[in-house]
Design a protein around this ligand. Structure first.
Ligand code: GLN
Length: 534
């Protein structure tokens, strides 16, 4: 294998242009041509990782197998590529500075003034090259978060400049910008793109390929104009037009020959035409549903759908697998009460109670869970959603009226959910939860076994509290069983109510590992139960 090639993806004009999706789509096409590809995200904020961020800030915190709390774009990378990411795939400014400062304290730079160039840029370079160094990947795609021109992005763009210089033909820059449509004059405007390329040029970086986000087809005359003003060849001006689903983007990029242009620039052979049969089979199912089901997603961040990104995508995958369209009814848990629950959830075919932290909106989640249980509506509780189902069952079926999680009420009489033993005494907040993949032993005959078709699995976690095993006997006698446990610690991973048509609460996060080619078995089983129950 030749040297690893590097593709840097930068963005201009505005954020939220979908850099992550374009990067993932390009990676998909290169992978479908037979190359091994990985994607990395560099985030310019100072938090060491997004684990300490409120979801309102940047949406969901995604978790990798090896326990990294990361940007949600890593979810797209895994969903598109069907390849696992790791700690190395997401780096923040906080982490870069933390490593440099730790080295400085150790004396690694003894005698020297520690500076952004070369020390910070060297550390960024090291983090980029780690992924290429093991010879595992032909191509590493590095997405730079933020927008060119931001003060915070400067060290990253400077690193890209240096790497382009050092790597020559082995590195290219794909720059994503916006071509807005002015309705009043009926025109597409290229000026913002020209300005954003100018500011990239000011930092010494010439983009090799421009991807223009647009609501309307960009005519050849406009492409020529962009090419002329921005020093790129005409075939390097690629449009990325709005599409009904993000899963169409790889096909649009294929039409625009983004993969060919990139490989040509990197002096790499085209190999075979992209093999996209399974991807197209998924799209065909997604676009031709035989029926529609409606699922209530009960959570406290429902104003920002990105807070539940992986759950939404996992439901899309599972819907396609079952050949139904999944419509989500976003239900704010703070707005549910005993009096309005029937009205809020009227007509839904399934209820999913979302993960979360803290007391806000908890009562509404409990009420919605009770409604699902008593009305025999398929129920899926994830992490806090599972804990809620345990609290609800304890209070309303086992008649332990003061049952609670000690996260919400430390002094409750019946702490059915309690702080994990190894979490006691931990005061620091960053990266200290039970994170990443752990094994789960599955009970025969359960919803779990039917879904996985196996008696064991591995799933990712992000929590501090757990089912209190002192109550396990009472629960099992009372009709709620533990159908999945950690084989080493006995920690209850899954609860089910066998009497109910499909009631499953999981301590782990199955949504993180659902991909287009491997929809998650529990989401598939949940939607299947909904279809059968409808
Ligand atoms: N707050 C709960 C805990 O820490 C659940 C966390 C979650 O839903 N991710 O255990």
């Amino acid at each position: 294998m030749g040297a690893t090639k590097y593709i840097f993806v930068t963005g201009g004009v505005t954020s939220s242009l979908g850099k992550g999706i374009v990067a993932a789509s390009l990676a998909k096409l290169l992978q479908a041509r037979g190359y091994s590809v990985t994607i990395q995200k560099l985030d310019p904020y100072i938090n060491v990782d997004p684990g300490t961020l409120n979801p309102y800030e940047h949406g969901e915190c995604y978790v990798t197998d090896d326990g990294a709390e990361t940007d949600l774009d890593l979810g797209h990378y895994e969903r598109f590529l069907n390849v696992r990411t790791s700690q190395a795939n997401n780096v923040t400014t906080g982490r870069i500075y933390q490593s440099v400062i730790n080295k400085e304290r150790r004396g690694d730079y003894l005698g020297k003034t520690v500076q952004i160039i070369p020390h910070i840029t060297d550390e960024i370079k090291r983090r980029i090259k780690i992924l290429g160094s093991k010879g595992k990947y032909d191509i590493v795609i590095t997405e730079i978060g933020g927008t060119v021109g931001d003060i915070e992005s400067l060290p990253y763009i400077e690193t890209v400049r240096q790497l382009k210089w050092e790597l020559g033909d082995d590195a290219i820059v794909v720059h994503l910008t916006l071509v807005p449509f002015l309705a009043a004059s009926g025109e597409l405007k290229t000026k913002p793109t020209q300005h954003s390329v100018k500011s990239l040029l000011e930092t010494g970086v010439q983009p090799d390929v421009l991807v223009l986000r647009t609501e309307h087809d960009i005519h050849m005359s406009i492409r020529k104009k962009v090419a002329l003003f921005c020093n790129v060849s005409i075939d390097s001006v690629i449009q990325s037009i709005d599409v009904p689903t993000i899963y169409d983007v790889p096909l649009k990029m294929l039409e625009e020959k983004l993969d060919r242009t990139v490989l040509k620039k990197l002096n790499m052979p085209l190999r075979n035409d992209p093999k996209l049969e399974p991807w197209n089979a998924f799209l065909a199912k997604l676009k031709n549903p035989k029926d529609t089901v409606e699922i209530a997603l009960v959570g406290k961040y429902v104003e920002l759908h990105d807070a539940y990104k992986s759950i939404v995508e996992a439901l899309i995958h599972a819907g396609a697998m079952n050949e139904v369209k999944v419509k989500i009814r976003w239900v704010h848990s703070e707005k549910i009460n005993e009096a309005n629950v029937a009205e809020k959830l009227e007509g839904v075919n399934g209820i999913l109670v979302a993960p979360g932290f803290g007391h806000r909106g908890l009562d509404g989640k409990i009420i919605a869970t009770r409604y699902a249980r008593e009305s025999n509506i398929p129920f899926f509780g994830i992490c806090l959603g599972m804990q809620v189902s345990v609290i609800e069952y304890a209070r309303n079926v086992l008649k332990l009226e003061d049952a609670d999680s000690t996260e919400m009420n430390e002094k409750c009489e019946d702490p059915v959910i309690d702080l994990m033993e190894d979490q006691k005494g931990i005061t620091e907040k960053g990266g200290t939860m039970r994170l990443g993949a752990y094994a789960c032993k599955i009970t025969a005959g359960s919803n779990m076994e039917k879904a996985y078709g196996s008696l064991e699995t591995q799933e990712r976690h992000r929590h501090r509290y757990e089912f209190n095993n002192e109550y396990l006997k009472a629960f099992e006698k009372g009709g709620m069983i533990a159908s999945g446990c950690n084989p080493d610690t006995g920690l209850v991973e899954v609860v089910e109510i066998p009497e109910h048509c499909w009631f499953t609460g999981v301590q782990f996060h199955p949504e993180y590992s659902s991909t287009v080619l491997n929809p998650h078995p529990l989401f598939v089983a949940f939607v299947k139960a909904i279809v059968e129950n409808k």
